[in-house]
Design a protein around this ligand. Structure first.
Ligand code: SF4
Ligand code: SF4
Length: 315
């Protein structure tokens, strides 16, 4: 693979559906320079806030619900619609465009009404990131990629976006800092890896409907996930550090990270230090399996005896 040229597979940007013909076929690094500026004075101001698919990450939902001061279930009902994430069978949500003009529910002629809490996908534009740490860390020729090579950036240049005609020059690093993308990346990282893991294993690995529902619930409604943790038999099944249990009672970010670990563990069997199934539960399970096996053996023996008797009786 040529070092700085994107191949077709790499032209993806999490959260947005992109037309690959709008993507500059050049790989950018943190130090690459881009010429771009978006401000209320551009002719196209808010043109990019409509007719678009914006996927929401758990952190996006948390920030928007705080901003709007509504519980997650109300937010989901009013502002989102269901979708599948990154062409997988993992359920998620995206912003629901307004019926009357197919625009984002938060856009006004003056701009974005939730700007400081806008979703991750809105912050990326027009600098996309491709990250291959989960899901095939190899290049097109099958060579292993190093951590740095697995992550690179690309520029999206759409006809309607006049920001590219502005004179302001930034490095990708400066642009990302300005947009608050780095913080979002940190918040989304583990969750995005779950999705990419599913994408790379595809349907070879079976995921039950119940597991997918759990993923959706934990990814979209932290309030619901908290009730699940504290009001079900969860804490009787798992052994979790008492301090962490106290923390996730009230700390939403800690709860969100905890949910990512829980999902990685239950959906993909990932090892985690923070939660272990309690010994007594494991013993209970083993006893249950043994009892079931015993029952099966007893019933097989019974059938065998019956068959033998039948035969003996000329049956
Ligand atoms: S959330 Fe804000 S920035 Fe994002 S599409 Fe809506 S109006 Fe535009
Ligand atoms: S189209 Fe480009 S320049 Fe215009 S508002 Fe959107 S990001 Fe800014």
């Amino acid at each position: 693979m040529k070092d700085n040229v994107l191949n077709e597979k790499e032209k993806t940007l999490f959260g947005k559906e992109l037309n690959p013909s709008h993507i500059e076929p050049v790989k950018l690094t943190m130090d690459s320079r881009i010429k771009f500026r978006c401000h209320p004075g551009v002719r196209c101001f808010t043109a990019c806030c409509g007719n678009i698919k914006i996927i929401l990450t758990p952190y996006d939902i948390l920030m928007l619900t705080r901003r709007l001061q509504v519980p997650a279930h109300e937010f989901l009902q009013a502002y989102t619609e269901p979708t599948y994430l990154e062409k997988t069978d993992m359920p998620g949500v995206m912003l629901k465009m307004r019926a009357e003009d197919n625009k984002c529910p938060f856009v006004t002629p003056e701009g974005c009404t939730v700007y400081s809490d806008r979703p991750t996908a809105c912050r990326y534009y027009p600098v996309g990131m491709a990250d291959f740490r989960e899901g095939g860390s190899k290049d097109a020729d099958g060579n292993e990629l190093t951590a740095d090579e697995e992550k690179f950036f690309f520029l999206v240049k759409e006809e309607h976006c006049k920001g590219h005609e502005e004179e302001k020059v930034w490095t990708v690093r400066e642009w990302r800092e300005d947009q608050g993308v780095d913080v979002r990346d940190e918040m989304n990282k583990k969750w995005l890896r779950l999705v990419m893991r599913r994408k790379s294993f595809g349907h070879q690995a079976h995921l039950s409907e119940q597991a997918k529902r759990m993923f959706f619930m934990a990814s979209t409604d932290l309030g619901y996930f908290r009730r699940f943790v504290f009001e079900s038999s969860f804490l009787k099944t798992y052994e979790i550090d008492a301090e962490l249990v106290e923390k996730i009672k009230t700390d939403d970010i800690a709860l969100m990270f905890f949910s990512f670990d829980y999902l990685a563990n239950t959906l993909f069997g990932a090892q985690t230090e923070i939660m272990k199934i309690r010994e007594d539960k494991i013993r209970e399970k083993i006893e249950e399996i043994k009892a079931r096996q015993d029952e099966a053996v007893i019933s097989a023996l019974k059938e065998y005896e019956e068959l033998k008797n039948d035969r003996g009786n000329g049956g």
